[in-house]
Design a protein around this ligand. Structure first.
Ligand code: SF4
Length: 360
């Protein structure tokens, strides 16, 4: 089943989810599917593309060649695989990587509504409803969590939010989830750079549940909200204790303190379509100069630690994916701050409350 959402250009998106946020526009050319299902193949055939590019994140590589074969057989189109590491919906292949391509099929990501797309893009979100909802609800209730909880989920497990809300409601626990800003396609959706779905209900809850697997999202959520974050893994039916937010924030404050007197700064800007905040970088450069600091803008696509070796700077501020500074900072030979941390280092904003670098 599909529904058509309004788009700024009037270009009719096909195969978009009926549960996309009410009235929220998605970019022209964006189409979203729960899985690589019949609707996807029919839409590709109808569009009559001659060359399709397939982009697959590391965790889904196993399915890529088979899906590519199926798309080729079903559509008659030439299928080319993009093999460079793909971080999110924010880094679609550049035009030079996919010369001659007429469409992109990308696995494991939801559309970013406010991100322009160069090609018609078919987001196959790889959703699953796997997970025993009653057992998950029992786990939460028996662990004695607060009766007012917020919830966010990775795109793969988003379909479980509704059933889990009902199951917990029967046990006296209220689950709240908010609508995000223009970077998020769905209510309750978590993106590693944007937890506005959680921030918008933070005043009404006493803690948060992250529904999904791994540590990437719970870590980001813990930076973004000043409330305990529990991780509920629907595949393992496990509930992990809250992360040590105070310790995480303390480490960031120490990093800021180390570079408060730095005179020479590099401001990192990514060329990826959904990670490029050049205007912000230019504003930060002006702020730095107004504090008598030197600051230069450094542009990259995929950041490698070796690219920053031997640069004549004392510290960096990254305007690209906020998780570069927060999760991977130790990989680089100089400290890397996020933009709000940089403003704290300049003395323009207080160190606390800690502000997550939400990518809007
Ligand atoms: S900017 Fe970072 S966290 Fe946000 S979608 Fe891209 S890779 Fe994920």
């Amino acid at each position: 089943m599909s529904a058509v959402l309004p788009t700024p250009s009037g270009h009719p998106p096909k195969g978009t989810h009926p549960n996309a946020l009410g009235g929220k526009s998605i970019p022209p050319f964006a189409h979203a599917y729960r899985t690589a299902d019949e609707t996807l193949f029919q839409d590709l055939v109808r569009a009559g593309f001659r060359r399709i590019v397939l982009q697959t994140p590391a965790g889904l590589q196993r399915n890529a060649l088979e899906l590519g074969r199926t798309i080729r057989e079903r559509t008659g189109a030439d299928v080319i695989h993009v093999t460079r590491t793909c971080f999110g919906a924010c880094d679609p292949p550049a035009a030079t990587e996919v010369a001659g391509a007429e469409a992109l099929v990308t696995l494991g990501h939801a559309p970013i509504p406010n991100m322009p797309l160069a090609l018609p893009t078919y987001f196959v979100e790889m959703r699953t409803s796997e997970g025993d909802v009653e057992a998950l609800a029992r786990k939460v209730a028996e662990a004695g969590l607060p009766a007012r909880l917020g919830v966010v989920a990775s795109i793969q497990h988003l379909d479980l939010v509704g059933p889990l809300t009902e199951a917990l409601g029967r046990r006296g626990i209220t689950l709240r989830s908010g609508e995000g800003d223009a970077r998020l396609a769905y209510a309750a959706q978590a993106l590693g750079c944007n937890y506005t779905t959680a921030e918008r209900v933070a005043d009404e809850v006493d803690g948060f549940l992250f529904l999904g697997t791994g540590l990437f999202h719970p870590l980001g959520l813990a930076y973004a909200v000043e409330k305990p974050v529990w991780s509920l893994d629907p595949l393992q039916t496990t509930l992990a204790p809250p992360l040590d937010r105070d310790g995480m924030v303390r480490r960031r404050l120490l990093t800021i303190a180390r570079v408060m007197d730095a005179r020479r700064w590099g401001i990192l800007v990514s060329t990826f379509g959904g990670q490029n905040r050049m205007a912000m970088a230019q504003r930060l450069r002006e702020r730095a100069r107004s504090h008598q600091r030197e600051a230069e803008i450094l542009v990259f696509d995929r950041l490698e630690s070796r690219d920053l070796l031997a640069r004549d700077v004392e510290a960096y501020v990254s305007t690209a994916c906020p998780r570069i500074a927060l999760d991977d900072g130790d990989l680089y030979d100089r400290p890397i701050l996020t933009p709000p941390e940089f403003l704290s280092a300049l003395g323009e904003r207080p160190l606390t409350p800690y502000q997550f670098d939400t990518y809007h």
